[in-house]
Design a protein around this ligand. Structure first.
Ligand code: C2E
Ligand code: MG
Ligand code: MG
Length: 586
């Protein structure tokens, strides 16, 4: 690399000497010289062209001397160094020059060798200083990037968004515009992460980011603000309908499934919207409000967009608290299982139990699984919780088999969340439980909801591995999803469980009766066993029996029981005893 040196002297001698000296040298290619006759001219050249590496300057010159020039150099380039050339014996000037930052000095008449050594030494120092500075700039840039950008999507992060919102807040308000935040989360992100792995989950994030970018949302900024969360900042909004329109555009942009290495994944999102004007003082409040509305959207179901209102804030806080409490609940052993009997419709014989998780919250009392299971799924805690449920239920069944030898074919149904189904731990855990308790696979039935099986093509593989262990599979809440019957036929399923929304009011509502009949026909033609859940009356049972339903569970026979009561029931009725409601047992 050529080094650029500016030589400043009012006498032409120095220029002449340098031109002579470097004329024949090979090293001449390494140096490029420029010349000025005083400080003023030198300053012009330095300011016009910032690529100089070294200044060689005389001291006494007209208009601006070398000492004055020295003072001005740091402002032009702090890494540029000057070597002063002074008449021999000019000691006070040399002292001043050094104090003003000169790197070295040479005396006239010039010693050529000394000149070369000094030039090389000074250039080396300059190079070193510039490298250091460059490293610092790069490190600074990296730190800035890490602090304000997300590495996976390249989008700005939460900090950057808040910083921009803060700095834009006043001017937006003065201009009479309204700002809004759309906070969105990817509904099935946890399932994708656990079923397809982190790498594909990241791919999904990038794909969502790309579509948001291409979606023409007219956004001021789109940021990634959480693991599966993005925020869209709009500043030209006049009413909430406009924000809802943007939410609709987002929904459309994400409608088509993403192709993640050959696997099609739907990435529907839940969107919360908060508009300025809700009394927020800090942008963080607006973001939090949008997040609270997003909680509401999650609860309302896939694909919803909800505009914030004040009631949502406290609900969102409760949710957050619930998440925190749930984290501790497993360690604090706040969970226990209830067991709901499952009986044959035809004979009333007790054939099994469904294990249902219960959470005894220290201050709230019993929390319903309908409340905590979705939270556990969203936070990924369902994996640990589900493993505990499975272990506990298997241990209990094995205990009952030993205690009640007549009930050796008694089976246990355990609910399995979608995320659990794809957890790499599931099969090893199952194997160790079946072996450890010496339990036959067919005594265990795993209940999986319809939507999980229908929306995840990889489910078929896991089901096959479960079937290899002879474990039974039950499609829970059947009828509430959108089963593709030809696909259903391909899955190794044993049982359809008719959702209780169809069973309830069967006797009053002709439509429900017809639906239950239709579901039983499907079960029949696919040669699947059918269980009805939520049977509360004798009429329902009689109808189900006449329609050919195999078994049922519900308050009519028994509510879910704690272990002690379940044992009492097993003790009270023998396996071949025909009975239709447990309260009839004396
Ligand atoms: P599910 O698997 O469909 O369980 C049946 C639900 O219906 C249970 O509610 C049960 O108590 C209730 N039920 C039973 N008979 C009747 C009846 O006659 N009338 C009425 N109205 N309800 C009846 P629960 O225990 O509140 O559980 C709700 C849901 O939470 C379960 O629905 C299941 O999806 C989920 N869940 C419960 N435990 C677990 C678990 O350990 N793991 C997973 N992944 N999910 C669980
Ligand atoms: Mg169930
Ligand atoms: Mg169910």
């Amino acid at each position: 690399m050529t080094s650029k040196i500016l030589v400043i002297d009012d006498e032409p001698l120095l220029e002449y000497v340098i031109r002579q000296l470097f004329r024949h040298q090979i090293s001449a290619q390494e140096f490029e010289f420029d010349f000025a006759i005083n400080g003023v001219q030198a300053l012009d050249k330095l300011q016009a062209n910032s690529s100089f590496d070294l200044v060689l300057t005389d001291i006494s010159m007209p208009e601006m001397d070398g000492l004055t020039l020295l003072e001005k150099l740091p402002a032009i380039d702090p890494t540029l160094k000057a070597v002063v050339i002074s008449a021999y014996g000019d000691m006070p000037n040399i002292r001043t020059a050094m104090n003003r930052g000169a790197f070295d000095f040479l005396t006239k008449p010039i010693d050529f060798d000394d000149l070369k050594i000094t030039i090389n030494k000074t250039l080396e120092f300059v190079r070193f200083a510039r490298e250091k500075e460059q490293q610092l700039v790069t490190a600074n840039r990296q730190i800035h990037y890490q602090a304000f950008y997300d590495e996976i999507t390249g989008f700005p992060n939460r900090n950057f968004l808040l910083k921009q919102m803060r700095s834009g807040m006043n001017s937006i308000r003065e201009s009479g515009q309204l700002e809004a935040i759309l906070f969105l989360t990817i509904n099935r992100y946890q399932i994708v992460k656990y079923s397809l792995g982190h790498a594909r989950a990241e791919q999904l994030l990038v794909e969502v980011a790309r579509r948001l970018e291409a979606g023409n949302l007219n956004a001021n900024l789109v940021a990634r603000v959480g693991e599966d969360a993005f925020a869209i900042w709009l500043i030209n909004i006049t009413n909430s309908q406009l924000a809802l329109d943007v939410a609709e555009s987002i929904r459309q942009a994400l409608e088509m499934p993403s192709n993640l290495n050959g696997t099609a994944v739907f990435s529907s999102v839940s969107i919360g919207i908060a508009l300025d004007g809700i009394g927020t003082k800090d942008p963080e409040d607006l973001l939090r409000a949008a997040d609270a509305a997003r909680y509401e959207a999650v609860v309302r179901g896939a694909g919803s967009a909800v505009v914030f209102n004040v009631d949502m804030q406290s609900r969102a806080l409760e949710q957050l608290q619930l998440e925190t409490d749930l984290q501790n609940a497993i360690n604090l052993q706040q969970f226990y299982l209830n067991y709901q009997p499952i009986v044959s419709c035809a004979t009333g014989q007790l054939i099994g139990f469904e294990a249902l998780a219960r959470w005894r919250h220290p201050s709230r009392g019993l929390v319903s699984p309908s409340e905590f299971i979705p939270v556990a799924e969203r936070t990924g805690l369902i994996v640990a919780l589900g493993e505990w449920v499975l272990s506990e239920a298997v241990a209990c069944l094995s205990k009952w088999h030993l205690q009640f030898p007549d009930y050796l074919s008694l089976n246990m149904s355990v609910n399995l969340s979608g995320i659990q189904l794809f957890s790499p731990n599931l099969l090893p855990l199952l194997d160790s439980l079946l072996q450890g308790y010496n339990l036959r696979g067919e005594c265990l039935k795993l209940e999986i909801t319809e939507s999980v099986l229908m929306e995840n093509a990889e489910a078929a593989g896991v089901l096959k591995s479960l079937k290899n262990r002879r474990v039974k599979i039950c499609l829970d809440d059947f009828g509430t999803g959108y089963s593709n019957l030809s696909y259903l036929q391909l899955l190794p399923i044993d049982t359809l469980k008719i959702d209780r929304s169809f069973v309830c009011c069967m006797e009053e509502m002709g439509k429900n009766l017809a639906l239950v009949g239709a579901i039983l026909n499907i079960a029949n033609s696919l040669e699947l066993e059918a269980i009805a859940e939520g049977v509360e009356t004798q009429e329902q049972l009689i109808m189900l029996r006449s329609l050919g339903c195999n078994s049922y569970q519900g308050y009519f026979f028994s509510r879910p029981l704690d272990e002690e009561k379940a044992v009492a029931l097993l003790r009270a009725i023998s396996p071949d005893r025909v009975t239709f409601a447990s309260e009839h047992i004396t």
